[in-house]
Design a protein around this ligand. Structure first.
Ligand SMILES: C[S@@+](CC[C@H](N)C(=O)[O-])C[C@H]1O[C@@H](n2cnc3c(N)ncnc32)[C@H](O)[C@@H]1O
Length: 276
């Protein structure tokens, strides 16, 4: 399954079978943050919260019992709406984690407080027995740190210590990935496109090759781009036909690039292509 459905996700989600996706990764509308039709559908915050609960209920039904559900929140001044939503969700469902996406560069929207520079990603689960690949999202040590750690006399087996250090450290739940600038190479025509590197971390930690990922607010198709590259199945739903075209173009480009590369010898080789 590698498909984009064009339409309202609330119409299509009820048709998807129970427990059929290993992971749901999605970045829904924020509610009156962007000056654009799809983000201004609600007159009151409570309407947005009720609407959110409707699609989230569906996604929880569709999620496998050992799966993870990642929901992006808003940025800056309007982030309190997401806090209300998180409070409702944590009453109905089981909290798994709260990831902070450190955007590295702030978003200069206010003079009366610090410049907002992070976004929250709420993670929910259905059971305590979740699939989580901690090794898949290690962060490399730099050469100087490795050199310093190797001087530590407590470790007698230097080769073993070096292998351990070269594997990198476990990632914290603060993911520092620069947000996309207008001049970024991967930037396309979508106002809230997420970086491939960030989405790749979520896909890698929550799925194995061949597993299926759902994104009911597909936008420019970043989840699809990552899943194609990492050999996961995926389904995207997007209401705007223009964004569907943008996503189709991006995914086609990834397919062409992968197709023109020499085939890897083992399935694992496609897991971490240099491009990510
Ligand atoms: C925040 S953007 C997602 C951006 C995406 N993460 C990316 O990297 O491009 C939210 C998307 O949800 C879409 N959308 C809004 N309401 C929708 C609905 N009811 N069903 C499906 N898509 C919807 C919007 O058109 C928009 O592209």
């Amino acid at each position: 399954m590698r498909e984009i459905i064009q339409g309202d996700c609330l119409e299509f989600l009820p048709d998807i079978s129970d427990e059929s996706f290993q992971s749901v990764i999605t970045d829904p509308p924020y509610c009156n943050v962007l000056d654009i039709g799809w983000d201004r559908q609600w007159k009151k915050y409570n309407e947005y919260l009720d609407w959110s609960i409707d699609w989230i209920d569906q996604c929880m039904r569709i999620l496998k019992s050992d799966g993870l559900f990642f929901i992006f929140g808003q940025l800056g001044k309007r982030e309190h709406i997401f806090i209300h939503l998180m409070s409702r969700l944590c009453t109905n469902y089981q909290f798994h984690d709260l990831i902070i996406w450190d955007r590295a560069v702030g978003y200069n929207e206010r003079r009366d407080s610090f410049t907002p520079a992070y976004e929250m990603i709420l993670v929910l689960h259905k059971s305590d027995n979740v699939k989580f690949n901690k090794d898949a999202v290690r962060e490399p040590y730099d050469a100087e740190t490795i050199k310093q750690y190797l001087r530590d006399k407590r470790y007698k087996d230097r080769d073993l210590r070096l292998r351990h250090l070269e594997a990198g450290k476990f990632s914290t739940n603060i993911l520092r990935v620069p947000s996309l600038k207008g001049s970024s190479k991967e930037k396309c025509d979508h106002p809230s496109q997420k970086p491939i590197e960030l989405i790749a971390k979520l896909v890698l930690c929550s799925t194995d090759p061949g597993d299926a990922v759902l994104d009911p607010f597909f936008g420019s198709g970043t989840v699809g781009v990552v899943c194609e590259t990492l050999n996961r199945q995926w389904l995207g739903i997007e209401i705007d036909p223009g964004y569907v075209q943008v996503a189709q173009r991006r995914i086609e480009l990834v397919r062409q690039t992968l197709f023109s590369q020499p085939q890897p010898a083992a399935a694992e080789s496609v897991e971490r292509p240099a491009r990510l």
